[in-house]
Design a protein around this ligand. Structure first.
Ligand code: CAA
Length: 379
């Protein structure tokens, strides 16, 4: 596998880095404190093609490969992990799933505006009683002839308050277990669809997370994705790719915290010399650097395999598991290296530590990743 980046990759990385520094850094502390969604920045990211990076230009996307997506996600997450998850969900959970599995009509109507970033999408699988145990869907979509009647509650939905189109997973035939589950495209304005209050979160506070409530929502038959009963396999396939996005987000959080800690250690003096000259700090930074590089390689490997059309269930899970643990460890160390300053908002690393935690939870907890990996290696 060749991990040499092309000139185009370097340009994308630079564009994402410049955008993050110039447009996301100003105000990132305030957005975190006040839970403000980065509306203007998301609009600008749409203009740069970051909302539908891997979608074919035929459907309004940028037509880039998955490595480009990893590069952009890392750079954006170094500065603002909240903005990064907004684009990650739109790219990998919504657009990628629609491009691969939706009908031509669905692609024209829904994928195209989503990939252009004219509207945002959300992916609604989790429920109050079905998070990791995703087959236990309580939301029902009952076949009523020419439409499905959707009832139930979804929880912790990223982009929940700002999306226009939602991919909703629901149970149609409970007696068939996961084979009775379907995926639907649901529009925000439809009668009976209500958006719950915004969650007050530990981290990624600039992103909006809501519950969704469906009461007798009429979903036209043509809004089902794929064949009857395809919904669970659809969700699993989409999440395999989504995990590369979250792995890259975690990688970016770790790399951002490391860069700040390295700079701080080179400038801050204690006991007559820069703290990086104390072995306790130098070794910590060395470990951080190695873990980040290993996480980056796992992300590139999974992305390259995705572009080659290989099964990425294990490689995506490995990248997410390792990168999210790295994000947690590195951000804790970055706070430690900053000492008292690390505990203060203006130094950024405390926010990164809070943001890192969710990467071990959403799009499959670390425990779920271990299930996927252990099943993969024992087959
Ligand atoms: N890739 C492809 N297919 C998979 C798969 C994978 N990783 N894992 C399971 N499947 C398929 C199986 O092959 C099987 O299909 P067939 O019947 O056609 O053969 C089907 O799914 C059922 O598989 P299992 O019997 O193994 O199902 P299970 O009940 O044991 O659960 C699980 C499998 C891997 C634990 C799954 O439930 C899972 O991934 N849970 C985690 C869900 C998750 O990631 N939730 C995150 C919510 S989304 C989110 O966070 C969004 C956000 O807003 C950021």
């Amino acid at each position: 596998m060749d991990f040499n980046l092309t000139e185009e990759h370097e340009m994308i990385r630079q564009a994402a880095r410049d955008f993050a520094v110039n447009e996301l850094l100003p105000g990132v502390i305030e957005r975190d404190r006040e839970q403000k969604f980065p509306y203007d920045q998301v609009k600008k990211m749409a203009g740069l093609g970051f909302l539908g990076m891997m979608v074919s230009p035929q459907y309004g996307g940028a037509g880039l490969d998955s490595i480009s997506y990893v590069l952009a996600m890392e750079e954006i997450s170094k500065i603002d992990a909240s903005a990064a998850v907004v684009i990650s969900v739109n790219n990998s959970l919504v657009c990628a799933g629609l491009e691969k599995f939706a009908s031509e009509e669905q692609k024209i109507k829904y994928l195209t505006p989503l990939a252009k970033g004219e509207v945002l999408g959300a992916f609604a699988l989790s429920e109050p009683e079905a998070g990791s145990d995703a087959t236990s869907q309580k939301t029902t979509a009952i076949d009523k002839g020419d439409y499905y009647e959707l009832n139930g509650v979804k929880n912790w939905i990223t982009n929940g308050g700002n999306a226009k189109y939602y991919i909703v997973i629901a149970q149609t035939n409970p007696e068939k277990g996961h084979k009775g589950i379907n995926a639907f495209i649901v529009e925000r304005e439809w009668e009976g669809f209500e958006i719950g209050p915004k969650e007050d979160k530990l981290g990624i506070r600039g992103s909006d997370t809501h519950s969704l409530l469906f009461t007798n929502v009429k979903v036209p038959k043509e809004n089902r994705i794929g064949e009857d009963g395809f919904g669970f396999n659809f969700a699993m396939a989409v999440l395999n790719g989504g995990r590369i996005g979250i792995a890259s987000q975690a990688l970016g959080i770790a790399a951002g915290a490391y860069e700040l800690a390295l700079k701080y250690a080179q400038e801050r003096k204690a006991f007559g010399k820069e703290i990086i000259k104390h072995q306790a700090i130098a070794f910590k930074l060395a470990d951080m650097h190695v873990k980040i590089m290993a996480a980056r390689m796992l992300c590139y490997k999974a992305a390259a395999e995705k572009d080659e059309g290989e099964d990425i269930s294990v490689s995506g899970a490995m990248a997410k598991l390792y990168a999210s643990d790295t994000a947690m460890e590195v951000t804790v160390d970055a706070v430690q290296i900053h000492g008292g300053n690390g505990y203060v908002k203006e130094y950024h690393v405390e926010r990164m530590m809070r943001d890192a935690k969710i990467t071990q939870i959403y799009e499959g907890t670390s425990e779920i990743q271990r299930i996927v990996i252990s099943r993969g290696i024992s087959n």
